[in-house]
Design a protein around this ligand. Structure first.
Ligand code: PLP
Length: 360
C-alpha cells in the first residue's frame, strides 16, 4: 500500500488508521453481519455510535452542557443560510467580518434574509490580515456577530476570537475546528463542515448555546431548524450515518493523539517550520501578515510563476499532491490539517528546497 501526502484543502486527508478501521469494519460492523451504513439511523446500534461520537466531541472541546451538538447536512454553505434563518429573529440585522472569500460568501447569503453590517473589511487589501479591534464598527443591537475563524482560501486565521461584549459570536470553523484549544463558552454558535478536520464531506457539525434555539424564521426548512434538530437529537431526517460514524472514529483517533492540546502543538510546529522555510527562501513568498497566518492552510507563490505547472507535476511525482492554490488566488496552497503527519510537511520542505535550487 502506498499512501502519498495529500495537501488538498477539502475533502482533505484522513488519518490512515481511521481508513484502516473503516476498511476492517466495512462488511461486518461489530458482528452485525452488515455495514454500519446499511442499518437504520433509529437502531440502537447506530444511536450508540451517534451518542459516543457526540460525547467524544464534547470531551475534546470541553463543550458545556448548555450547548447542543448537532450533526446535520448541507455543509458549510448550508449554514450560511441556516445561521441567519435561525438567529436573526425579529432583529433582522447581524454583524459580519469580511476577512476572506468564505466570509464574503457568508455575507452574500445572509443578505437574502436580513441586513448585514460589515464590521471590518479587508477585501481591498486582498484579505491579508485581520484588522485591529479599534477599527471595528460593531452594532451592539446585532442579533449576532459572524466571523470565519480560518480563511481556507486566503490562509488568514484569527488567533483568538473577537471579543464583542454581549452580542452572540458565531464562528465558521470549517477549516480549523479541533486544530487548537478553544473556549466554547465564548461562542453563541460554532459550525464546521466536516471534510477537513472532522471526516468525510456530507456532514456539518453545529454547536449552539441553548438560549439561541427556538427563534427560527417560519420559513426555515425543518431540517435546518436548530430547535427541531436538537429535539430530535439530529435524527429528524435521515442523517449522513456513514459520515457521522467516520467522524466518531476521527474523534477517537484525536483522543489517542492526546487530544486538542497535543494536536495543537504538532499543528503549530508543522506551520512554523513551513512558514519559516518560505520566509527564508527568496524563491517562495507568503503574502499574509505574519500575525495572522493560518496553521491549517499555508499559501505561497513561486518567484517565477511560469514554474507553477512543473512545480505541481514534480511534486506529484514526489508523492505530494493537491498543492495547487484556489482558483480565485492562484499560486500554491498546502493544507496541513490534523491528519497531515509532520513527515508530510518535512517531505514538502525537502522537495521545495531541491526545486528552488534547480530553478533559481
Ligand atoms: C471556511 C469555509 N467555510 C465554508 C466552506 C463551505 O463548505 P461546504 O463546501 O461544505 O459548503 C468552506 C469550504 O471549503 C470553508 O473552507
Amino acid at each position: 500500500m502506498t499512501r502519498i501526502f495529500n495537501f488538498g484543502a477539502g475533502p482533505g486527508t484522513l488519518p490512515t488508521e481511521v481508513l484502516q478501521q473503516i476498511r476492517d469494519e466495512l462488511l461486518d460492523w461489530h458482528g452485525l453481519g452488515v455495514s454500519i451504513m446499511e442499518i437504520s439511523h433509529r437502531s440502537p446500534e447506530f444511536e450508540e455510535v451517534a451518542a459516543i461520537a457526540e460525547q467524544d466531541l464534547r470531551d475534546l472541546l470541553n463543550i458545556p452542557s448548555h450547548y447542543k451538538v448537532l450533526f446535520l447536512q448541507g455543509g458549510g454553505r448550508g449554514q450560511f443560510s441556516m445561521v441567519p434563518l435561525n438567529l436573526l429573529g425579529a432583529n433582522k440585522t447581524a454583524d459580519y467580518f469580511n476577512t476572506g472569500f468564505w466570509s464574503k460568501y457568508a455575507i452574500e447569503e445572509a443578505r437574502k434574509y436580513g441586513e448585514v453590517n460589515v464590521v471590518a473589511d479587508t477585501e481591498a487589501t486582498k484579505y491579508r490580515t485581520i484588522p485591529v479591534p479599534n477599527t471595528w464598527h460593531c452594532n451592539p443591537q446585532a442579533a449576532y456577530l459572524h466571523f470565519t475563524s480560518n480563511e481556507t482560501i486566503n490562509g488568514v486565521e484569527f488567533q483568538s476570537p473577537p471579543n464583542v461584549g454581549n452580542v452572540p459570536l458565531v464562528a465558521d470553523m470549517s477549516s480549523n475546528i479541533l486544530s487548537r484549544p478553544i473556549d466554547v463558552s465564548q461562542y453563541g454558535l460554532i459550525y464546521a463542515s466536516a471534510q477537513k478536520n472532522i471526516g468525510p464531506a456530507g456532514l456539518v457539525v453545529v454547536i449552539v448555546r441553548e438560549d439561541l434555539l427556538g427563534k427560527a424564521s417560519p420559513l426555515t426548512p425543518s431540517i435546518g431548524d436548530y430547535k427541531i434538530q436538537a429535539d430530535f437529537r439530529s435524527l429528524y431526517n435521515t442523517p449522513p450515518t456513514f459520515a457521522w460514524y467516520i467522524a466518531g472514529l476521527v474523534f477517537k483517533w484525536l483522543k489517542r493523539q492526546g487530544g486538542i492540546a497535543a494536536i495543537a502543538e504538532i499543528n503549530r510546529r508543522k506551520a512554523e517550520k513551513l512558514y519559516h522555510f518560505i520566509d527564508a527562501h527568496d524563491f517562495y513568498h507568503n503574502p499574509v501578515d505574519p500575525n495572522y497566518r493560518s496553521w491549517m492552510n499555508v499559501i505561497f507563490n513561486l518567484a517565477d510563476e511560469t514554474c507553477n505547472p512543473v512545480f505541481l507535476t514534480q511534486a506529484k511525482a514526489a508523492g505530494l499532491i493537491a498543492l495547487k492554490g484556489h482558483k480565485l488566488l492562484g499560486g500554491m496552497r498546502a493544507s496541513i490539517y490534523n491528519a497531515m503527519p509532520e513527515q508530510g510537511v518535512d517531505a514538502l520542505i525537502a522537495f521545495m528546497t531541491e526545486f528552488a535550487k534547480k530553478n533559481s
